[in-house]
Design a protein around this ligand. Structure first.
Ligand code: 13P
Ligand code: SF4
Length: 307
């Protein structure tokens, strides 16, 4: 942890430069506390996509992982999207390529293709619909007239969505290396320690973990649930970074990580120093080519129309 005097100085410089550049700082819920503290908006993938599509700022500093910055660039092509750490990627997004999707489409020519937002822009260009963990069930439910649905790349989100909608989905062997670290025995152990706690689990978790949860929610919906629930204690089955925000928003409630091992190293690459540096240098810029952007935008717009 940086000394408070250094932190105050950094935060002041970031604030000043942000104003000068007409920039907005967006941070995913898994970002380090010091990053969440200087962000203008914090949120899950769906909320950040919506904010990116609506902001009046000229520059978006995206504190998250690469596909999120690409999504912001697709939705706001007239804005400059910069990332404080260009190496912050998402291993799940890297588990499928556009060529893989084209092959799947050839094998299932009648199928409509739904893809998780955790995909590259090239992959999004191949989709009919995009979805996030907040709206995957609603998107699939909106496709009642479609005979076959390909759902990529997360096999656990696909399994959860299939169970919730009663639809058979053609899935891919992708997964989040962070969420699969949470095991059924972690949930059982934490329940024993905290018998009155509600168990909230992200749909990227193993199906056996999802089966043990009281509620299955995206990161921001976990925040909403914690606020509205009468429960005072919660076991949190997702990346540990969310707990900082949950505690801040609900100071009278207790939150326990289902597993301290659920840390996404990519989400932790961004720091205040890198944010300041990005604003000073105005890089690294993330830009999607016009051809890919137009095709990918179609899938994102269709999602934003549903929910
Ligand atoms: P949400 O914040 O949309 O639930 O996504 C979780 C995640 O793993 C993002 O990479
Ligand atoms: Fe990707 Fe998982 Fe990290 Fe989210 S938590 S960015 S899905 S690796």
């Amino acid at each position: 942890m940086l000394k408070k005097i250094f932190r105050d100085d950094l935060e002041k410089k970031i604030k000043e430069l942000k104003k000068k550049r007409n920039a907005v700082i967006l941070a995913h819920n898994y970002q380090l506390p010091e990053v969440q503290d200087v962000a203008d908006f914090r949120g899950d993938s769906l909320e950040l996509s919506r904010i990116a599509s609506k902001t009046d700022a000229k520059v978006i500093v995206f504190c998250g992982v690469h596909f999120m910055a690409e999504t912001a660039s697709i939705l706001s092509p007239d804005k400059k999207v910069i990332v404080p750490d260009v190496h912050a990627g998402c291993p799940m997004a890297n588990m499928i390529t556009a060529a893989d999707v084209r092959k799947l489409k050839k094998e299932h020519p009648e199928a409509v293709v739904v893809g998780y937002v955790n995909t590259s822009a090239d992959v999004k260009a191949e989709l009919d619909y995009c979805c996030t963990s907040t709206n995957a069930v609603a998107v699939v439910n909106a496709l009642k007239d479609k005979k076959e649905i390909i759902f990529i790349p997360d096999k656990y989100l696909a399994d959860y969505t299939s169970k919730q909608t009663g639809r058979k989905l053609i899935s891919w062997n992708g997964y989040c290396p962070t969420h699969v670290k949470i095991l059924p025995e972690d949930i059982n152990r934490e329940r024993k320690f905290h018998p009155f706690a509600k168990v909230m689990v992200h749909p990227e978790c193993l199906s056996a973990v999802v089966a043990l949860a009281d509620v299955v929610l995206s990161t921001s919906l976990m925040g909403k649930f914690a606020k509205e629930s009468e429960a005072k204690e919660f076991i949190v089955g997702t990346e540990v970074g969310l707990i900082y925000r949950l505690k801040k928003d609900n100071p009278t409630k207790e939150f326990y990580a289902a597993s301290e091992r659920a840390i996404c190293p990519n989400m932790k690459r961004t720091t205040q120093e890198k944010i300041l540096w990005a604003l000073e240098e105005m890089k690294e810029e993330v830009r999607v080519s016009d051809e890919i952007r137009q095709r990918a935008r179609h899938a994102l717009d269709r999602m934003l129309e549903i929910i």
